[in-house]
Design a protein around this ligand. Sequence first.
Ligand code: NAD
Length: 472
Amino acid sequence: MNFNDAYEMTINGRGVAASATIDVVNPATGETFARAPDCSPQQLDEAVATARAAFKSWRNTPIEERQAMVRKAGEALAANAEALARLFTREQGRPVDAALTEVHGAAQWMQAVSQMSPPVHVSEDSDAQFIETRYVPLGVICAIAPWNFPVTLAMWKVAPALVAGNTMVLKPSPFTPLCTLKIGELFRDIFPPGVLNIISGGDQLGPQMTSHPGFAKISFTGSTATGKSVLASAAKDLKRVTLELGGNDAAIVMPDVDLDAVAQKIFFGAFYNTAQICVATKRLYVHEDVYDGLRDRLAAIAKAVKVGDGAEQGTVLGPIQNQRQYERVMNLLDDAKKSNLTLLQGADVPANGGYFIPVTIVDNPPEDSRVVQEEAFGPILPMLKFSDVDDVIDRANASDYGLAGAVWSKDTDKAVEIARRIETGTVWINQNLNLRPDTAFGGHKQSGFGVENGMEGLLEYMVPQAIYVARG
Ligand code: NAD
């Protein structure tokens, strides 16, 4: 089955078009292939009003019923995974198999979150009094998602927010609105009208949403720069916020690693999804004893990996998702070239108007070069030499970001010791990119504010209420 080409928003349980549209470009060709509604301010007002109205009954719907609907929504995603994956590849660029993995992963995530319930704490149960603290929902959630994992990162918000008893207005990135709009269509018969509204639009819509007084909370995933504007906008009426932001993750490779066993894993930890992952390895610190060996292996993998249209058989890495990001990454690459850094480039890329950039490894650049200091969010990986563990930990921590990181070593006790000294929300040892619905995920420093996932993530969609009952 394929979806039809009509893309509508979901407001109050109905499909809604807009008087204007935004173009959606296939990043593998640079051509517009679809149009999505450009939500008007009146339609935003209507979405928020309908979500506020729906909140009154949704918050009192038994949690078991809310969980059952979220579970059903996960099943609807899984049942439509192939069609969603094909559309995903056209709008996002990632190869179809990997797109399918994302859709199935999001479906499983919803199943897992649908089994979570907030705790109730009893702090006193005596003849004198009974004191209980329970968690209650906040109201209408403003959910804003980015383009790199458009389905997963949207469902990370939908599932816990709705289980917790909130209603929502969700906005996908203007670069990848289509799968989310179709998901809205798939969920229309599952949730009561107004519980989950999905709107799309251009660059003006995000700020209109975050400054809208009808929201109780903003859950935002995107860049650190935008996150700061979101936080400022939320201050006006003290909206709650969760911000999942950028990272410049360091991986530390110790001298005892088995290079043949780890090279592939390290490569894809950096370049999967064409390196457009918040938690990708973005600075690779390698002990001098194994530096050359790892560099040569990574360069060989880069040469062998096919970069191209995700719809073509055999493509491993797709294009950069959009022109704006392509220009940013090209600017970083030009800067590396102008600075005479040594670049090891992988297989040739198509020259067809698509946003393709060859896999690029930068061989031991200075620590203060832009390619080390900035989040590339594209396929340029700086590899840096180290000899002293204390020094490399300092270098890894010398960043305003603090999202994730990795340590590679056969000595897992030593690796855990290093991990505990890394100032990030997640650290992997001999693995990477592994996240779970039952485990809190969030950034330290300027990589975030609050967390998603785990019980901590669920409770960010709720607020405690203490009830004191006098007895006797
Ligand atoms: P972005 O900040 O440009 O956009 C994210 C979303 O915010 C989009 O939907 C956009 O339309 C909207 N937006 C833009 N300006 C806004 C404003 N002023 N107010 C409100 N909303 C606004 O980010 P992006 O380029 O789509 O995503 C890439 C960035 O996201 C990278 O920095 C990456 O590391 C980060 N990211 C973080 C996580 C995480 O979980 N920590 C996950 C994925 C991506």
